[in-house]
Unconditional design. Structure first.
Length: 348
């Protein structure tokens, strides 16, 4: 039996196309668990300093045009400052990212609507042209995916756009995603698909469902809803149950007709601070992509560099505590995260 270290050293040297084929054959969760165990081996051997930064998540806009009931941004919109990332802040970030040649992926989304930032296509182009990043993607609610911005995005080498449409029917999606309109989003996706012919950019759909009972949750993943199968290709659609975000208060859940429950199942591991840095629109570096309201700011890229923050003693200490499930040394945000609490949300 080969060690995990040997496996990942071998795997990381394979051509990208072969890596993608292997990845496609192994369910994400299994691949994630193997990877986490490998990283845990590294953490156990006190070598947290040398973990390569592979992915950066950039909140190009913390403003949002919707107020989705299941989202910590939508339901607690006033809980943090809201703004777009300016070209000046992005330039500071870009200069720092140029120095990190282990970076391969960028996600231009955190807790707002990326298409509210008109500079988004320029940011994506600059990441592709001036850093080692080769894969870019972002999530959107799809309401603003009109022809002009679609054409500008297609001219950038952007990899994936993921559009969120939730629930089991257009009506339920609009009830959860306050301010959205199913027909508008559907037509925007159809138009994007037409414009994208001949380009490498793909578009897919994230479908979040709110389970009605604990039994339903225990079945694992929800089925792809019929209304989406009727309107889109099945392989475009990725269904999931809603999770409880760190910082999402019980009161805000109840106000929206939900409640949290703890699922008695094997807990997931957290991989985020082992490979990804999360930057908010004002340059704040927060712990991870679950911190969509900026609960735990570690530093700001105007005071310190991404590289220094990633390798700092503080970040290493947190990383080690997470990897070793060391409850005493975990940041409070992790203690309230579904990774450690195993909380999901269901309807009241
Ligand atoms: S789910 Fe997306 S669109 Fe909805 S409120 Fe949250 S950030 Fe905005
Ligand atoms: S455990 Fe901590 S670092 Fe991991 S996703 Fe949860 S809040 Fe983020």
């Amino acid at each position: 039996m080969i060690s995990l270290g040997t496996f990942f050293t071998f795997y990381s040297k394979l051509p990208e196309s072969l890596r993608n084929t292997i990845k496609a054959c192994i369910p994400d969760k299994v691949m994630g668990n193997i990877y986490v165990n490998y990283k845990r081996t590294i953490a156990d051997s006190n070598d947290c300093l040398n973990l390569p930064l592979e992915q950066v998540r950039i909140e190009v806009s913390s403003l949002c045009n919707l107020r989705c009931k299941h989202c910590a941004s939508g339901a607690q919109y006033e809980s943090t400052n809201r703004e777009i990332m300016t070209p000046a802040i992005f330039k500071v970030l870009l200069e720092q990212l140029k120095e990190i040649d282990t970076l391969k992926d960028a996600v231009l989304y955190l807790g707002g609507e990326p298409l509210l930032n008109n500079h988004l296509p320029d940011f994506i182009s600059q990441l592709h042209n001036e850093t080692s990043i080769i894969h870019t993607r972002f999530n959107t609610n799809g309401m603003l995916l009109k022809e002009e911005i679609s054409r500008r995005l297609l001219d950038t080498d952007l990899g994936i756009i993921q559009v969120s449409i939730d629930g089991n029917s257009p009506e339920e999606s609009e009830q959860i995603r306050i301010g959205s309109n199913y027909d508008t989003v559907k037509n925007n996706i159809y138009n994007f698909i037409k414009l994208a012919e001949g380009y490498d950019t793909t578009i897919n759909i994230a479908n979040t469902q709110i389970a009605k009972s604990e039994d339903e949750l225990l079945k694992g993943k929800p089925e792809v809803p019929l209304f989406l199968i009727n309107d889109f290709k099945a392989e475009m659609i990725e269904p999931n149950y809603a999770m409880k975000w760190p910082g999402q208060s019980d009161q805000s859940l109840i106000d929206n007709g939900f409640r949290s429950i703890t699922i008695d199942a094997q807990k997931d591991d957290c991989i985020h601070p082992l490979r990804e840095m999360t930057l908010r629109s004002n340059g704040d570096c927060v712990l991870c992509c679950y911190d969509i309201t900026g609960m735990m700011v570690i530093d700001n890229i105007q005071n310190n560099t991404v590289s220094n923050i990633w390798n700092s003693a503080e970040y290493q200490k947190i990383r080690k505590a997470i990897m070793n499930r060391d409850i005493n040394n975990l940041p409070n945000i992790c203690k309230g995260c579904r990774i450690f609490t195993n909380e999901k949300i269901i309807r009241c």
